[in-house]
Every structure is written in C-alpha cells, then in structure tokens.
Design a protein around this ligand. Structure first.
Ligand code: AMP
Length: 135
C-alpha cells in the first residue's frame, strides 16, 4: 500500500528570485506601502490583500513581492514562487472561513480575460455560490 504523503509545511517556500519593484506598477506600490491596501496575509515571498472592487464577499488578491509582469514572464516559471502563491491562497481561504464552503482561484491572462494589472496576481473569490462558466 502506498504511503500517504505528509501535509506540506505551512511556512513559505524559498524562492531564488530577488525582490525588485517597478515604480510604475500599482501592485509594486502596494508591496512597498506607497499605496495602502488591506493586507490579510504576508510572508517573505508573497502578500495578499482585499480587492478594492470585490466580486464576491471574499475577494483577495495574492501577489509575489517581486515584480513579475504575468504568467508569460520567465520568472513565472519559478516553481517555489508558484507554490508560495498557492500555499498563501489556502491559508487565506482558511482564515476567511471559505475553505470548506469552497472558493475560486483565478488568473486573468490577457485582454479576453480582462486582465488590467500587469503584476502576477491570483484572485481568491468565495463566500457565495458561483456560476460556471464565468461571464
Ligand atoms: P485583473 O483584472 O485580473 O488584472 O485584476 C486586477 C484587480 O485589481 C481588479 O480586480 C481590481 O479591482 C483590483 N485593484 C485595482 N486597484 C486596486 C487597489 N488599489 N487595491 C486593491 N485592488 C485593486
């Protein structure tokens, strides 16, 4: 019988990416504190904050501290960074009380998906039943 793999540790994953910011990037300015946001989670690699225009009772954006323009950027292939984003999402879902009721994790990529901010970000939406497919 196959052994069950242990639960991953709750701590952040190390990433090899050095932190850098783009002064023209809205989310970098949130990372540095130049623009205020309601943070709900942070660690060495990522921060999570409430979306200013929520699409659900819980709507949190999870972003890397370092500037990565989007999924197509080479830095988005850093596996540890992607794991850190997903771990943070699971932590936020638990904190927000939606881990059991369910939630949606969304990457908007490019014009057809309505991407408006070009700093990698994962949307976490929950707190209500959602339709599929999304509009
Ligand atoms: P996307 O359309 O996938 O690029 O998502 C960008 C998200 O950023 C949208 O849901 C916006 O409501 C959100 N947003 C824009 N400005 C802010 C801000 N200052 N604080 C928090 N969320 C923001």
């Amino acid at each position: 019988m196959a052994e069950q793999s242990p639960e991953p540790s709750a701590g952040p994953s190390p990433t090899t990416l050095a932190e850098r910011h783009d002064d023209n990037c809205l989310f970098c300015r949130i990372v540095t504190g130049a623009i205020p946001a309601t943070r709900v989670y942070e660690d060495d690699t990522v921060i999570a904050f409430r979306d200013i225009n929520p699409g659900a009772p819980t709507h949190v954006l999870i972003i890397p501290r370092t500037h990565i323009a989007g999924i197509s950027a080479p830095e988005a292939e850093d596996g540890a960074l992607l794991v850190a984003l997903i771990r943070a999402a699971r932590q936020v879902a638990a904190q927000e009380g939606v881990a059991e009721s369910g939630y949606r994790l969304v990457w908007n990529v490019g014009p057809d998906a309505g991407q408006s901010v070009f700093h990698l970000h994962l949307h976490l939406l929950g707190g209500r039943a959602m339709a599929w497919p999304p509009g």
